[in-house]
Write a protein that binds this ligand. Sequence first.
Ligand SMILES: NC(=O)N[C@@H](CC(=O)O)C(=O)O
Ligand SMILES: [Zn+2]
Ligand SMILES: [Zn+2]
Length: 434
Amino acid sequence: MMLIKGVRLYGEGDPVDILVRDGVIAEIGPWLDAASTQELTDVEVIDADGLVALPGFVDLHTHLREPGREDTETIATGSAAAALGGYTAVFAMANTDPVADNAVIVEHVWRRGREVGLVDVHPVGAVTVGLKGEKLAELGTMARSQANVRVFSDDGHCVSDPLIMRRALEYTKALDGVIAQHAEEPRLTVGAQAHEGERAARLGLAGWPAAAEESIVARDCLLAKQTGARLHVCHVSTAGTVDVLRWAKERGTKVSAEVTPHHLLLTDERLATYDPVNKVNPPLRTESDVQVLREALAEGIVDCIATDHAPHAPQDKDCEWSAARPGMLGLQTALSIVVETLVRPGLLDWRGVARVMSEKPAEIAGLPDQGRPLAVGEPATLVLVDPQARWTVRGTELASIAGNTPFEGMELPGVVRTTMLRGRVTVSEGKVQS
Ligand SMILES: NC(=O)N[C@@H](CC(=O)O)C(=O)O
Ligand SMILES: [Zn+2]
Ligand SMILES: [Zn+2]
């Protein structure tokens, strides 16, 4: 049994105590004092004075690199990074080696996640065999496997053939799943290295036009509307995509979208140093894109935050710009970037943080026991955040094996103190409890 003392639910109202019994929130009350808890033996008390309680975060977009690149991240190290970031569930992308395009691989990832036990690891199934975009993978077999796959994605690649995309949407509709699309028209991004615009031109980097993203999002929204299937747009990066999403939602399309913390804070101004730590797909865009993305998230046109946590080895990152792999770490810095870019400027309150980091992603993925309200009878799957504290990001101190964080050296607001998964403390005082 556990007693969380003096915490503010969603950062609202007066502090309360939360009694956790058998993995469930058993009581919430103003000062469950000694008298009412005296007869309870074995009560572990967590002093949460000044902290904010939120439902555990859910990341729809994580790269865990196992199997295949365990030199950069494993299910164990990625789970630790997730728990430290306040996450209680993550979706592990399919672009592993071998690709997660069949029941054997997704069950392996699912089982390994359970063994580690720090967060619920849900494998994402590939849409096409080998992420090649040519032939549909066995979506039904993955859905019916122990891993119970409902989110399918070729992330890293775009399902660019419209006929394959249409079929995939039809199949996932029948499976009650969703396709998460990496929206990139490959014919428009051949050799692309940076956001197409003035800065890329000046730096001599081949451009990735906004239309490469927006044209696929528009096409997919039309296909989703026509098939009645659910579409999720990965890592939205441009203001134009927000316009397309607004239009599609207004006409009743079942479309949801995510934005990454790095696209909410960083711009292509960063590229001036040619430091590949800033190289990512889709590329960092402009100040006005960043502003529009922040507002779209606050308004709900963009539904949620997803990290696109993408660990890479030093030899794949510390090299010349054009040879470096795209991607950045995100799990342990996500909350702080959300506080910095949305909470502090007044675009989102803590209720809103719960919505974009927990409730919405759980709903999009169809998870019944994540993103639940902090209420009696609900699972004790939650995070305690210190809203006042600040910390300095050091890549070498993060739990990931790789250290490719673009936020190196930044002092950021918001510290995760405790993470709890169904009553089990996975992180305490900022330390993983294994
Ligand atoms: N975001 C990235 O730049 N890289 C991702 C793939 C992806 O999300 O497209 C990766 O797997 O490294
Ligand atoms: Zn992607
Ligand atoms: Zn990704």
